[in-house]
Structure formats: structure tokens, C-alpha cells
Design a protein around this ligand. Structure first.
Ligand code: PMP
Length: 365
């Protein structure tokens, strides 16, 4: 049953044993965007807020922002020639909220998840009393033969691509095999902006495809809590029936509107992060695999004497927060791509960790 709280792992700085001042820490643990929205763009947002009445509720079904998001995707994915409108879009208080809705609207006694992956699929399924069938990723952290595990009791399949916490894209042909079974497939594309790909091109062909996106990562709006779901109209209608009215507040609405109107800024930001990711991966290539997201998963098992726990503590002592894992990922840490300066500090710290251990190892010999 329900015996874990993934949030405690997701936010390690909340653990009471650490009394460090977070402002002086480099937080590379939450896959956030390292840059706050620039003042010019915040000012556009403030102006929009000044023009609305905060004493009034937001639009009941968020029609205006849903249409703006649909138009934005039609433009953004113009190469795929998709034609979305508001009836294909749901907005939520972070994509976390939308994960929970997808679990509620279908029948079947279990969902399929492919660990190691984002824990919230399991968290919300358990909260909704829905069973979990685990189909682990293969040695390359790719989904494999998931379609063979789908049966008449499968409520839906969650696929995260690029996958959190491994960072890799899932093979399109494997995803298509699952889609072909007809089971609802939730493609979580929280990090897809860093891979510049999307399964959105298959929406018309596969009415069972549901895409989740977030404004928390590439768009730099984690504090605003805004996510979006893209699907065919009948799935959207079902979700609208169970969704709380007014759940998308006017501040989120106006900030999302502002950021998509200023997408040039986001695009430059994404390019910066991808560039930094490639530099850091190159420097750490002995410990990591290719990432298509804004983080790297580092395998410490290749380094004698270093455990994820000891590395985590070492970084913490040096004011850097990374994410560590248990179970199949117990020797691994996840590091978010930060600013150039932050990445440099992380790298220096990592080298220090290696030197320290090599030194000790040599001495012991
Ligand atoms: N999906 C994945 C794979 C994530 O890593 C996250 C955030 N860590 C989310 C969804 C949720 O994002 P948000 O609720 O901020 O939109």
C-alpha cells in the first residue's frame, strides 16, 4: 500500500538535518531552469495583472488560455502540420495535477509504469486505489516489449520521454507498439523541449495518445505551477467533467500567456542549457550516458569507494544540492544543468571528490 512520499526525496533540502541557508546553495536537485524570468518579461506580466480584476474568478473553463496554448503549439510544431484548438487542451496547476486526472478517467485495475521513472505516476495511482504493473526499462534505460504487458485490465500506460531520472529519449518505434494496442498512453514530455522532439505528431493517428507538457522546466516557470495536457476532444471532455472549476488561477493564466508571447527568450534559454549540457556531458562522459533533457544521471559505481550517499554529502558540504536515489539507481546521482558558473563549480567539486578518493585509494595501496 501507500508507504512512500516521493516529495521527501524530490526536495532533499527540506530534510531537517541540514540547516544551511538555501540562498547560498547551488540547487541542482530539482531540474529547474537556472534562470529567473528577466525583468522586461516580468514587467509585461505585471502590466497584464494590473489590467484585470483580481476580485473576479478566472474563466470557468480557461477557454482563452487554452486557445492561446493551442495556437502556440500549432505554430511551434508547424513542421508536423498539427491543428489543435482549445478542445484539445487542458491546463493544470502543474502537470502533476494533470497526471492525477488521467488516472481517474479510464477503467481498468492497474496502470503500467516503466521504472526507474518519475515517481508521481505511482504516487497518484496509489492515491486513487489503482494497482501498478511495473515493466522495468532495459539496460539502456529504454522501454522494451511494454505492449506485451498490456491486457484488458490495463487502465493506461505512462511513458516519460525524455525519461526522468535517466535523461534519455524513449525509442519512437517502441512507443508506437504500445500505442497500437489501443490502450491510453500518457506521454510525459516534461523535458521534451530539451530534445526538440515530440510525439504530438501522432495525435491525430492515435486517439489513445495523451501528451503532458509543463511550463516548469524549459519555460522557467516552476513557481507559477502550470502544466498542459494535449489530447483528442473526447479525452479532454472527460477530464473537464472531473476537473475542479477555476483551478487555473489568473496569475498562472497571464504568466503563461506572457511567456508564450515571448517565446524567443525561451528558445535562447533552451539553447543555452543544451549547450551547457553537452559541455558537462563531455567532461563527465566516463560517468554518464547521453542526455536529452536538462539533467545528467551520473553513475558513481565506476569509482571505487564513492557511494551516492557519500557524494551527496560531499556536494552538500560544498553548498551544492544534487539528487540521490535508492534501489536500482542506488549508485547514481542526478544533476540538473545550471548556469555556466554553477556547472563549473559542480565540475570542480566533482574533480575534488575524485582526487580525494584516488588519493586515499593510492595511499591504501
Ligand atoms: N513530469 C516529470 C517527468 C517531471 O520530472 C515533473 C517535475 N519534476 C513533472 C512531470 C511535474 O512538473 P510540474 O508539476 O511542475 O508541471
Amino acid at each position: 500500500m501507500f508507504n512512500f512520499n516521493p516529495l521527501l526525496n524530490e526536495f532533499p533540502e527540506y530534510k531537517p538535518s541540514y540547516s544551511k541557508d538555501l540562498k547560498n546553495m547551488i540547487n541542482l536537485s530539482k531540474n529547474e531552469n537556472p534562470f529567473d524570468i528577466p525583468d522586461e518579461i516580468k514587467n509585461i506580466f505585471f502590466k497584464k495583472i494590473q489590467e484585470i480584476n483580481l476580485n473576479r474568478y478566472p474563466e470557468l473553463t480557461s477557454d482563452t488560455i487554452r486557445q492561446k496554448i493551442a495556437d502556440f503549439f500549432n505554430y511551434y510544431f508547424r513542421n508536423y502540420e498539427i491543428t489543435l484548438d482549445k478542445n484539445n487542451i487542458i491546463v493544470g496547476n502543474g502537470s502533476d495535477e494533470l497526471i492525477s486526472y488521467t488516472i481517474k478517467i479510464f477503467n481498468g485495475d492497474h496502470v503500467i509504469v516503466c521504472p526507474p521513472t518519475f515517481e508521481m505516476y505511482e504516487f497518484y495511482s496509489t492515491l486513487n486505489n489503482v494497482g501498478i504493473k511495473k515493466v522495468p526499462l532495459n539496460n539502456n534505460f529504454e522501454i522494451s516489449e511494454v505492449e506485451k504487458k498490456v491486457d484488458e485490465n490495463t487502465r493506461l500506460v505512462f511513458i516519460c520521454s525524455p525519461n526522468n531520472p535517466t535523461g534519455n529519449l524513449q525509442p519512437e518505434e517502441e512507443i508506437l507498439k504500445v500505442l497500437k494496442t489501443g490502450v491510453p498512453v500518457v506521454m510525459d514530455e516534461a523535458y521534451a523541449d530539451f530534445s526538440k522532439t515530440s510525439m504530438i505528431k501522432y495525435l491525430e493517428e492515435y486517439p489513445n495518445l495523451i501528451i503532458l507538457k509543463t511550463f516548469s522546466k524549459a519555460f522557467g516557470l516552476a513557481g507559477i505551477r502550470a502544466g498542459t495536457l494535449i489530447a483528442n476532444q473526447s479525452i479532454v471532455n472527460q477530464i473537464m467533467k472531473i476537473k475542479s472549476p477555476y483551478s487555473f488561477n489568473v496569475l498562472s493564466e497571464k504568466m503563461v500567456e506572457t511567456i508564450i508571447e515571448n517565446y524567443d527568450y525561451v528558445r535562447k534559454n533552451i539553447d543555452y542549457i543544451i549547450h551547457e549540457r553537452e559541455l558537462l556531458s563531455q567532461d563527465l562522459k566516463a560517468y554518464t550516458m547521453k542526455s536529452d533533457s536538462n539533467f545528467l544521471l551520473l553513475d558513481l559505481s565506476k569509482i571505487k569507494d564513492i557511494t551516492a550517499d557519500s557524494a551527496y554529502e560531499f556536494f552538500l558540504q560544498n553548498n551544492i544540492i544534487v539528487r540521490k536515489y535508492e534501489g536500482v539507481l542506488e549508485n547514481k546521482i542526478r544533476v540538473t544543468i545550471g548556469t555556466k558558473e554553477e556547472n563549473q563549480i559542480f565540475l570542480e567539486c566533482f574533480n575534488e571528490l575524485l582526487n580525494y578518493h584516488n588519493l586515499r585509494f593510492t595511499k591504501e595501496l
